[in-house]
Design a protein around this ligand. Structure first.
Ligand code: GMT
Length: 376
C-alpha cells in the first residue's frame, strides 16, 4: 500500500507511535510518506520505502497564527496526487484529520480514505475545548476508520462525542529486540552509585504529567533508601520541578536531562520508572520501560489499567497519592525477589501483547478495510 502519515514530529507519544508504525510498515514493503512541518525526531535516517515531505508554512505579517492546517491540507493533496496514495493516516485528530478531510474535498477525480488514530489529549483535553470540540467531532465522523490507543480512550471518545462512533482499539507497541534489558555500567555510574537505586521519569513536563509529584515521590523514597532520580524531557513544568528539587535539598540527587533522541539506554539503567500522570490514554513510555525489564509505578488512570496488572507486572497507585507511590517503591526495593518477579513479568507483558508483530497487522487490516470499502 501507499500510505500517507501526518503527525506531530516533536517528542511525544503520538509522533513516536506514528513514526515507529511508518518504519515498520515500510519494512513490510509498504510505501510510507510522512507529511509534517519538521522531520519526526525518530526518523533520523531515511530507510527504503520511507519518504518525508516537509509541510512549508509561510509566514506573512498579516498572519498572527500561520494557518498550518491549510498548508498541511495542500501538502496531503499534492502528495496524494503525485504518489497516488491509497490512504492517509492522521495521528492525533487536531488538526491532522481536519486537514485530511480538506484534501479529500479538494481531490475531485478520486477518493481518499482517511484513518484517524486518537492518541489521548486530542480527545481528553484539547478536543473538549469549546473552540475545537465541534470540528473534532466533525473530523471523527468524516474519517473512514477511527482507532484509539486503548479501550478507555475509545470509551471516552464515544462519551465525549457520540455513542455511535465505531472505534477499533489498537494498542501502542514497542520493539522488544531494541527495548530489552541490557545495562551499560558506565552510563549507570554517571547517575547512581552501586549501592543506590535509580528512579527515572520521561515526559513533556505538561501539567497532565504531574511531574511535581515525581519530585515529591522521590523525596519520600530518598528518606528511606539510597536513591537518585533522572528526569528526561522539556516542557512547561520543568522549571518548577527544578525549583522544588532545590527547595527539598535534592539537587545533588536529581539529574535533569533535556529531550533525548533515544531514551532507551537511560531507561535500561534505571531500577524503577515513575508515571504519576493525571490522565494517560495508554502510557507508551511505561511500556518502553517495561520492555527493558524496568518496573513502573503509575497512576491508576486511563489506558494504564490495560497495560499494568497491578502487583504482577508493575504497580498502579491512586492518582496524586504520592505517599502510596513512594511506599510502593520502597517496598519493591527492599524485596529483591519480588523486584525480580515484577521485572520479568513486565518484560514478558511487552513481548506477549505489545510487539510490532502483534500490533502492526491490526493497522494493516484497518487500511485494507477502508480501501476495500471505498472501492466497492
Ligand atoms: O503524553 C503526551 O501528552 C503526548 C501525547 C501525544 O499525543 O503526543 O501522548 C499520548 O499518546 C501516546 C501514544 O499513543 C500515549 O501513549 C499517551 O498515553 C498519550 N498521552 C496522554 O494521554 C496524556
Amino acid at each position: 500500500m501507499k500510505i500517507g502519515i501526518s503527525c506531530y514530529p516533536t517528542h511525544g507519544g503520538s509522533g513516536v507511535v506514528a513514526t515507529e508504525l511508518g518504519l515498520e510498515l515500510a519494512r513490510r514493503g509498504h510505501h510510507v510518506h510522512f507529511m509534517c512541518y519538521n522531520r519526526p525526531f525518530r526518523l533520523e535516517r531515511l530507510q527504503p520505502n520511507v519518504y518525508y515531505h516537509r509541510v512549508q508554512v509561510n509566514e506573512y505579517p498579516l498572519f498572527k497564527y500561520p494557518p498550518y492546517s491549510l498548508a498541511l491540507a495542500t501538502a496531503i493533496l499534492d502528495v496524494t496526487r503525485r504518489e497516488d496514495l491509497d490512504l492517509i493516516h492522521a495521528h492525533y485528530a487536531i488538526p491532522h484529520s481536519v486537514s485530511a478531510w480538506m484534501a479529500r474535498e479538494m481531490l475531485q477525480d478520486r477518493d481518499l480514505p482517511i484513518v484517524t488514530t486518537l492518541h489521548g489529549t486530542d480527545i481528553t483535553l484539547v478536543g473538549q475545548e469549546p473552540s475545537y470540540e465541534e470540528i473534532t467531532c466533525f473530523a471523527l465522523r468524516a474519517s473512514n476508520a477511527l482507532t484509539a490507543v486503548s479501550e478507555d480512550l475509545a470509551r471516552a471518545t464515544r462519551e465525549t462525542f457520540c455513542q455511535d462512533l465505531v472505534i477499533d482499539t489498537i494498542y501502542n507497541f514497542v520493539d522488544t529486540e531494541i527495548y530489552r534489558p541490557e545495562r551499560d555500567p558506565g552510563l549507570r555510574a554517571r547517575f547512581a552509585g552501586e549501592d543506590e537505586f535509580l528512579l527515572a521519569h520521561a515526559s513533556n513536563f505538561r501539567p497532565v504529567k504531574r511531574t511535581l509529584d515525581v519530585i515529591r515521590i522521590f523525596a519520600r523514597v530518598a528518606r528511606e533508601c539510597p536513591a537518585r532520580l533522572v528526569l528526561m524531557g522539556l516542557g512547561p513544568d520543568r522549571h518548577a520541578c527544578e525549583e522544588l528539587a532545590r527547595e527539598l535539598g535534592l539537587e545533588e540527587r536529581v539529574h535533569f536531562l533535556d529531550n533525548q533522541g533515544s531514551i532507551r539506554d537511560l531507561l535500561r539503567v534505571a531500577d524503577l520508572f515513575l508515571l504519576p500522570s493525571e490522565t494517560e490514554s495508554f502510557g507508551l513510555v511505561a511500556l518502553e520501560a517495561m520492555a527493558c525489564g524496568v518496573p513502573v509505578i503509575a497512576s491508576e488512570v486511563g489506558g494504564l489499567r490495560e497495560l499494568i496488572d497491578s502487583g504482577r507486572n508493575s504497580w498502579l497507585c491512586p492518582r496524586g497519592d504520592t505517599e502510596a507511590f513512594a511506599g510502593r517503591a520502597v517496598r519493591l526495593f527492599k524485596d529483591s525477589t519480588h523486584y525480580r518477579e515484577i521485572s520479568e513479568a513486565a518484560r514478558q507483558t511487552a513481548i506477549e501483547r505489545f510487539t510490532p508483530q502483534t500490533i502492526v497487522p491490526q493497522y494493516e487490516a484497518v487500511y485494507r478495510r477502508v480501501i476495500e470499502q471505498k472501492s466497492s
